[in-house]
Design a protein around this ligand. Structure first.
Ligand code: ADP
Length: 756
């Protein structure tokens, strides 16, 4: 039983706890003792008076005082205890009150046994005991009944009382009959009667106790039921309140809310439904939402998905295009939640619908804008490709002819003019290349190749290109590759070369005294290689406030200086984008007037192939042997442009070769058989049949296969790929230098001339 007594609460459960806790029972015990105190004293007075009359006045008074004292002490203590404040030890009170109860019982037992105990003539004690036994038993039984009745309230006190009352008659006889043989005369029937009395008392006590416990349980059950009822009521009230609140929420929600029965007919709609769809409450009730809102704009698959969603009996969400009552298109995001009966059948479907028409419109606008942007990027890309092609073709003529002009006997002035034409044409070409590169990068079209290459020679070859310029300016150009840098690594060597070319080109360009130093180091980890290199110069340097901007496109540190040195302001932008594409970055430190240092780090891979593997395409030697002879080489140039044909003729006129021309792809195919060329220089864009198709056809023909090299104004990586895929061996982009062309031919010579 719980000890908890909540005196503040007045519910049945609280009352039960108050009454049946140990403290509560003790209080009730105390109240009983107090209430019947006077009756008990009245009985004691009467019995004492009888003893006074029948036995002796002294004994009468003595036993009265004893019994009165015992009861008064017990009642006083227990009464004082009833005002016990909470927190005082109840165990102590129970122990002390058991003691006072024992004292009270003892005093009463003495009163009951007084005739036997205080008989003046000891000889006639036994006989007298027989005569007064009824008196003694009467009092003791009365007291025992009283004790049994209050036993459940204070079990310890009750049991002690009963034990004292049970022991009293036996002890009385024992104390008065000291001579043991006289005990035999104690009547056997009296003993048997005493036994029956004890047993009856035990039965009586257990009867009283079980009744008490039953009534206690009943009280508890009633209290619990009451409590449960109260809780259910509270819950019901809360639910009702919540329902009312939800109804208000649904009624005033911004989203359209409506209820449907199991057949899908609308049973209730909120105000927002009317606002969003245009249909009044009375128009909507009894209708299927689809009948009201679906129209030709509604996607049939969505309607089917909606029906299927409802059939599952589970919540679902989808977007549907409907029409308002006034005919306007309406995009709704509908959330439908079925409420099920206990047997699992649908009772009501709650639909909450949001008007997402505006969001849909924005989505569409965004989509259109994206398509337009993509289209714009595509058009831009195409435009640039075309422009590049169209500009390269005449540039081929300009540069080629200027080169040829330079080879003739010119006086000083004429040579200056020819040099200027060539220089300007090359600048224009590098500008075109930069713009093209940048536009490809902007479109995210940088494709990196992964090949094994020799890192040292990649740097060395790039630096070699600047050797003449450095020598001319009187500055040093040094390469320092750390010893632990692996010889071969894997990555895009062309792009790496492009970055180095750019940085070293700038360094040489902006340095007039001192020199340029390139330092290369690498850190290797298990899965990749971190390549680091720096290009340090002792040139003009960059002002601190420009440092942050020089990687931006068309950004140059100083307009006056730029005019002096030339340039476009795109080189570093391209270098940065390339570094980022290669998983790295680029940074600069500089002091104006003292020089600059560009530091790059790139993520490269470990070389995968063997050392002997050749990196250069088509198995030709990396560098041409200048002494290789072209003697007897049969060259077919497939080219539709007259000027370019003339240029080729001029480029090769002094070489010991046989040269033929085809004006389109079809003719090239034909001449591949009739002319039996060693090398075909194939333009890509030609009428009748383009260079790719012609190559593919030639490659399928049963003849001595020539080396086919693209010689084209289409300069993109993708063009190079397409050419190699079609079966070409090499790729030269226009405008082509005479020396580059001859170098390429010399590279092919050992192969093709051996075959001949
Ligand atoms: P540009 O074609 O003009 O050289 P870049 O993007 O390569 O274009 O360089 C941008 C600008 O950064 C240059 O115009 C120059 O002002 C500055 N710059 C680049 N490299 C150096 C360098 N090594 N020393 C001094 N200034 C440099």
């Amino acid at each position: 039983m719980t000890e908890q007594v909540d005196l503040a609460g007045d519910g049945p459960l609280e009352t039960y706890h108050r009454r049946y806790s140990r403290r509560g029972l003790l209080k009730r015990y105390a109240a009983g003792r107090r209430r019947y105190f006077l009756y008990r004293q009245l009985t004691v007075v009467v019995v004492s008076a009888m003893i006074t009359v029948l036995l002796s006045p002294e004994v009468g008074v003595a036993v009265f005082l004893l019994a009165f004292f015992g009861d008064t002490l017990d009642t006083l203590y227990i009464t004082r205890m009833s005002s016990l404040r909470r927190g005082r030890s109840i165990r102590r009170v129970l122990t002390v009150s058991t003691g006072t109860a024992g004292l009270q019982a003892f005093s009463l037992a003495v009163l009951a046994c007084a005739p036997t105990l205080f008989m003046s003539n000891p000889d006639s004690q036994l006989q007298f005991a027989d005569e007064t036994s009824l008196f003694t038993m009467g009092i003791l039984i009365g007291a025992a009944v009283d004790s049994a009745v209050i036993l459940p309230y204070h079990p310890a006190a009750g049991i002690l009382r009963l034990l004292i009352f049970a022991a009293a008659p036996v002890l009385a006889v024992l104390t008065t009959s000291m001579e043991i043989q006289k005990l035999e005369t104690f009547h056997g029937f009296q003993l048997a009667g005493l036994g029956v009395l004890y047993v009856s008392t035990v039965f009586f006590v257990s009867f009283i106790n079980s009744r008490f416990q039953r009534s206690r349980k009943n009280t508890l059950a009633v209290a619990l039921q009451h409590k449960q009822l109260q809780q259910t009521n509270a819950k019901l009230q809360a639910q009702q309140l919540q329902s009312e609140r939800l109804a208000v929420v649904a009624e005033n929600a911004n989203d359209s809310v409506f209820l449907m029965d199991a057949t899908g007919r609308i049973t209730w709609v909120n105000e927002a439904f009317t606002r969003i769809t245009g249909y009044q409450y009375s128009e909507a009730i009894g209708q299927q939402p689809g009948d009201l809102l679906n129209a030709d704009v509604t996607d049939q698959t969505v309607i089917r998905a909606l029906e299927q969603g409802r059939a599952t009996g589970k919540p679902f969400r989808l977007e549907i295009c409907n029409r308002r009552k006034d005919g306007q298109t309406l995009w709704l995001e509908t959330n439908q939640v079925p409420m099920l009966r206990e047997d699992g059948t649908v009772e009501t479907v709650i639909a909450v619908e949001r008007d997402v028409t505006a969001a849909k419109r924005y989505e569409q606008q965004l989509k259109d804008a994206r398509i337009a942007a993509e289209e714009g990027a595509r058009v831009k890309s195409e435009f640039l490709a075309t422009m590049s092609h169209e500009i390269r073709t005449p540039m081929n003529g300009v540069i080629g002819m200027a080169q040829m002009l330079e080879r003739t006997n010119l006086d000083e002035e004429q040579k200056l003019y020819a040099d200027t034409i060539l220089g300007s044409a090359r600048t224009l070409l590098s500008l075109i290349n930069d713009v093209l590169d940048l536009s490809k990068m902007d479109a995210g079209q940088v494709e990196l190749s992964n090949v094994d290459f020799d890192l040292r020679s990649c740097f060395q070859q790039t630096l070699n290109l600047f050797e003449p310029q450095a020598r001319e300016k009187g500055i040093s150009l040094a390469l320092d590759v750390a010893e632990d840098v692996p010889e071969r690594i894997n990555g895009d060597d062309r792009r790496l070369r492009q970055v180095v070319l750019n940085l070293v080109g700038n360094a040489v360009k902006f340095t007039d005294e001192g020199g340029v130093k390139v330092a290369v180091s690498a850190q290797q980890s298990a899965d990749h290689l971190r390549l680091e290199f720096s290009v340090t110069d002792t040139g003009i340097g960059i002002a601190r406030n420009k440092l942050d901007h020089i990687f931006e496109r068309f950004s140059q540190a100083d307009a006056a200086i730029t005019r002096r040195f030339g340039g476009t302001g795109l080189g570093l932008t391209i270098a940065r984008l390339l570094c980022e594409a290669m998983g790295g970055d680029i940074s600069v430190t500089s002091t104006l007037g003292e020089g600059a240092c560009f530091a790059v780090h790139l993520r490269m891979n470990h070389a995968v192939g063997s050392d002997s593997e050749q990196v250069v395409s088509a198995g030709f030697a990396a560098a041409a042997d200048d002494s290789a002879t072209l003697d007897g080489m049969r060259i077919l140039v497939a080219e539709d442009n007259k000027i370019n044909r003339l240029l080729m003729r001029k480029y090769l006129q002094e070489e010991p070769i046989t040269l033929e021309f085809a004006v389109d792809g079809a003719e090239a195919v034909e001449m591949a058989r009739s002319f039996d060329p060693d090398v075909i220089l194939m333009d890509m864009s030609m009428p009748v049949m383009n260079g790719l198709e012609a190559t593919e056809q030639i490659r399928t023909m049963d003849l001595r296969q020539p080396v086919i090299t693209a010689l084209t104004a289409n300069a993109f990586d993708s063009d190079r790929e397409a050419c190699l895929d079609a079966g070409m061996d090499d790729f030269l982009s226009k405008p082509v230098n005479r020396s580059d062309l001859l170098q390429a031919l010399r590279r092919y010579a050992p192969k093709v001339l051996k075959q001949a």
